[in-house]
Ligand binder design. Structure first.
Ligand SMILES: Cc1cc2nc3c(=O)[nH]c(=O)nc-3n(C[C@H](O)[C@H](O)[C@H](O)COP(=O)(O)O)c2cc1C
Length: 224
């Protein structure tokens, strides 16, 4: 009996000492074609003790230039491409982090399918997006600027609102608490060694930027 008591105490101490055993409050759902959102998801997973669920496309090869064009085609036509898993059980989580590349100024198509197939209720939501065009350069565009710049500012602002509205419209009692957008000058697919080094450098850069955003994300989600 004494041994049982000791074992219980040891187990209790171990569980207290290793908080990562505790059930996670946060689920990160991500899709990544070329690894940047995957990098972001992994950084957030470590920092928030979160669970992670990757969404993959079914029957689509998005690699290389051809994969880029087919993704652009699907984004242009708004095709909700098949995904796996199609259903994700989010019931156990208070918080969701949705991490998506930007395709044609909207969430990547697999995320559209996710929102179409899943009913999400009563969550705090952080949206993390990554794009390769620096939208901040349009921030200070005003009446003094030419029509092209003003068009892009309005166009991009409209797209952002549309992405938020789309997510909100698909969900019940959710609180959209933060949208963090990261910009990285990623290059088109090129299998050369030089490109591989560049990609590693860019992924480190994204990892650094996401790390900097962690306090804000934690605050928005109200987690330690
Ligand atoms: C079809 C397609 C369309 C894209 N359109 C945009 C865009 O409109 N704006 C932007 O900033 N980046 C755009 N990008 C770039 C991606 O958002 C960027 O490379 C992102 O980091 C990729 O994330 P991933 O590596 O997780 O797939 C596009 C990429 C693809 C494949």
């Amino acid at each position: 009996m004494k041994h049982y008591a000791k074992a219980f105490i040891v187990l209790g101490v171990l569980l207290m000492a290793v908080p990562s055993f505790a059930a996670s409050e946060t689920l990160i759902i991500f899709y990544s074609r070329s690894g940047y959102c995957e990098t972001a998801a992994n950084i957030l997973k470590g920092a928030l003790n979160a669970d992670v669920q990757e969404i993959k496309e079914v029957g689509k090869d998005r690699s290389g230039d051809w994969g880029w064009y087919t993704a652009a085609w699907d984004a242009f036509w708004g095709n909700h491409t098949p995904i796996a898993p199609e259903k994700i059980d989010t019931a156990a989580y208070k918080n969701l982090i949705i991490c998506s590349p930007i395709w044609s100024w909207q969430l990547a198509m697999p995320l559209h399918t996710f929102f179409e197939k899943n009913k999400i209720t009563d969550k705090r939501i952080v949206l993390v997006t990554i794009g390769n065009i620096d939208i901040k350069k349009y921030k200070d565009v005003g009446p003094q600027d030419n029509v092209v710049k003003r068009f892009f500012k309005d166009y991009l602002g409209g797209k952002k609102i549309k992405a938020h509205d789309e997510i909100q419209a698909t969900m019940d009692h959710n609180q959209y608490v933060l949208h963090k957008h990261f910009w990285i000058q990623s290059q088109k697919d090129d299998p050369s060694a030089k490109k591989k080094v560049t990609v590693i450098k860019e992924k480190l850069e994204i990892a650094g930027e996401v790390t900097q955003a962690i306090p804000n994300i934690k605050k928005a989600l109200n987690v330690e």
